[in-house]
Write a protein that binds this ligand. Sequence first.
Ligand code: CTP
Ligand code: MG
Length: 226
Amino acid sequence: PQNHALIVAAGRGERSGLGLPKQYALIRGLPMVRHSAVKFLEHPDISKLWVVIQAGQEDQLLDALEELNNYEIVMGGATRQDSVKNGLSAIAAAGGAKNVLIHDAARPFLSQMMIDRLLASLEHESGVIPVLPVVDTTINIIDRYLEQALDRDALWRVQTPQAFNFNKLLKAHDLSSAEFDATDDAQIFKAAGNQVAIVEGDEALKKYTTAADFDQLSEKNMIQIR
Ligand code: CTP
Ligand code: MG
């Protein structure tokens, strides 16, 4: 059992306005999910890749990852948290792993450098996430009026991949309830009493979420809808 990667690609992409699951939109000529899958598969210290997808999208995924090997498909759930849980259960059923890197398919531009950075930190930490500073003034709004500015220096934007000791993350997900409604795994890991360390994130790892995000890509001629 070594370092495994888990890509969650079972969302519906509703906010993208694309009318198709965004993970299969072509970006720079390749399906979005393929970009990060290739980076994990090419990394010498990642021994296996797991991809969590929506039931009924097996053909789309096989198409998107054509000619790649050494990955397994897992069926996702109603929420991101459920999808991660299904992925972790599948890894556990296959003998487990030492560490797991959990990544959003919606963040296509993953670098080998970021994988290296996370794995280096995992040598002395059991959970680590990439973060970037908040650059805009950030405020609280109450009833549609500005309430107060927040201390920007205390706020950070969180990205994926998020890297964890596999057994500790599995246990944290088992302890977590669906009501917790966490948007990432670091929150679940921390709620179970574990420390989460940080490394410097990468602007290129931006998550493509809204129609505006995809418009930016099309202005640069990087996206095609099929
Ligand atoms: N995801 C998942 N299973 C879900 C929901 C989300 O695997 N039930 C994945 C998405 O495929 C995505 C990542 O979690 O790679 C981050 O989620 P998000 O950006 O919210 O993607 P979607 O849920 O697809 O988009 P939306 O919320 O706009 O519908
Ligand atoms: Mg979502």
